[in-house]
Design a protein around this ligand. Sequence first.
Ligand code: FAD
Ligand code: UDP
Length: 366
Amino acid sequence: MYDYLIVGAGPAGCVIAERIAAILDKSVLIVEIRNHIGGNAYDYYDQHGILIHKYGPHIFHTNSKVVFDYLSQFTAWHLFELRVAANVDGQKVPIPINLDTINELYGLNFSETDLIKFFELAAEPVDSVTNSEDVVISKIGKDLYSKFFKNYTKKQWDLWPDELDPSVCARIPTRTNRDSRYFTDKYQVMPKEGYTELFRKMINHPNIHLMLQTDYRAIEQVIPYKRLIYTGCIDAYFNYKFGKLPYRSLTFSFETFDLEYYQNTAIVNYPNEYDFTRITEFKHMTRQMHPKTTLSYEYPAAVGQPYYPIPRDENTKIYNKYKAEADKLKNVWFVGRLGTYKYYNMDQVVTQALNLFESLKSLENI
Ligand code: FAD
Ligand code: UDP
C-alpha cells in the first residue's frame, strides 16, 4: 500500500513526489506513461551526441527565489538569457519588439523618446482589452501587430488573436529601450547537466518508486494507495464527461548540420513564412561544445500530445466544471499544466506543486 500515487513524472509530479518522500517520509509511487521522466522538459543526447529538448526549447526563468532555491538543491546552473529573432520583411530582428527592432525594420535612427511617440501614434486604444488582438493593437497598432503577431498566432493556435485570451500575446511585451532579452526575470538559468538529470536527482529517494511506460488506468485498481495526485489531463481523469478540453499540439522535426552554429540566436521565429513557427538551435542554450549542431522545427498541430491548454472563455467554462468535480473528491488533487488546464511555465508549475505540498502537510498534521 503506497501512501501516495502520483500520475505523471513531469515537473509537477517530480516536485510533489520529492517533497512527500523527503519531508513527510511517506511512500510514493509515480506512474508515467512515457518511457522517461521530466515531462515536456525532458532532454537527452541525440545520435550525434548533442543535448536536445525532445518537446521543444525549455528555458528556465523565474522571479521566485523560493522556486530557484528549491531547484538549486538538485542542479548547478549556468546563466542563460534567451534572445529571439523574428524573421520579418526579409530581416531577422529582435522580438520582443524594442528600439532596435523598429530602427532595423524601418531603417530609422529613433531615440527612445521618438519610439514612445511613434507607439503613441500607432496605438489604437480600446475601451477594454478582451482578447490577444486588443493587447497588441492597443500598444503598438495594426501594422506591427500584422507583421509579428497575427500570423504567428494563427499558425500556432489555428485561432486569430481576437479568439484568444489577452494573456496569450501578453506573454510578449513591447519595449522602448534596447533590452533584447526574451525574458526579464531575476533568475534566467539552465541546469548544467540538463533537465532530465535535475529531475532524476529530485526523485532519487528510497521512498519513491517509479514505473515508466505505465498508464495510471492500468494500475489504479491493482496497486493500492491512499491518496492520489494527478498531473495528467483533467478531462481524461473524468472520462470527458463534460466534453473534451481542447489542447494544441506540435510535431517536432530535428535536423543536424555539420556546422558549429546555424543561426545567431537560440530561437528564430517565423511569423509569416513556412508551416513551422520557430527554429531552435539547442547548443546556444546548453552551451555544449560540438562540431555539429542540431535544430528543431516546431509545426503546430491539431492532434497529438496535449502540449498547450488553449486559453479562451469557452474552454475555461468547461475546465471550471471539471474543477468543481475535482474539488468534491477526497484524497485526490490535481496539479500542473494539464491537471489544472493552465498555460503555465515550469516555475509556475513548481510553485503550484510546492503550494499543494503545504496543504498536504497540514493534512498530515506536520
Ligand atoms: P508535463 O510536463 O506535461 O508532465 C505531465 C506528465 O504526465 C507527462 O510526462 C505525461 O506523459 C504524464 N501523464 C499524463 N497522463 C498520464 C497517465 N494517464 N498515466 C501516466 N502518466 C501520464 N516552460 C518554461 O518554463 N520555459 C520554457 O522555455 C518552456 N518552453 C516550452 C516549450 C514547449 C514547446 C512546451 C510544450 C512547453 C514549454 N514550457 C516551458 C512549459 C513546460 O513544459 C511546462 O510548464 C511543464 O512541463 C509542466 O509540467 P507538468 O508536470 O505540469 O506537465
Ligand atoms: N507570439 C507571436 N509572435 C511571436 C512570438 C509569440 O504572435 O513572435 C504570440 C503567439 O500567440 C504565441 C504567444 O505569443 O503563442 C506566446 O509566445 P511564447 O513564445 O511565450 O510561446 P511558447 O514558448 O509558450 O510556445
